[in-house]
Design a protein around this ligand. Structure first.
Ligand code: ZN
Length: 99
């Protein structure tokens, strides 16, 4: 895949259905499937809005996304998503430390 193709793809990071309960699931969320491990994930309306302008979207669960996240990566994350993400990670310490 060329860099040009990479520019058009949005990666959306979502919590797994199996890992999320109650308040951590945003109202209006829909279930999708992680493109890497095929686990069911929750996609919030805010997440959908964040990638609406991209023609190609890839959905990843948080455990699959953690090894891919780097400071220079092109992940699309709104401030609200980052808060959800950090809260999720803090509640699931088994995913380990970020390096
Ligand atoms: Zn996954």
């Amino acid at each position: 895949m060329s860099d040009d193709d990479e520019e058009k793809i949005a990666y959306l990071v979502c919590g797994r259905v199996a890992d999320m309960h109650g308040d951590s699931i945003a109202t209006g969320s829909i279930q999708m499937i992680c493109g890497t491990c095929r686990e069911l994930i929750w996609v919030s309306p805010a997440s959908m809005d964040a990638v609406a302008q991209y023609t190609e979207r890839r959905y990843l669960c948080i455990p699959c996304a953690i090894p891919k996240i780097k400071p220079d990566s092109k992940f699309v994350m709104t401030a609200k998503q980052q808060m959800e993400f950090l809260r999720y990670v803090s509640q699931n310490q088994s995913y380990g430390e970020f390096d």
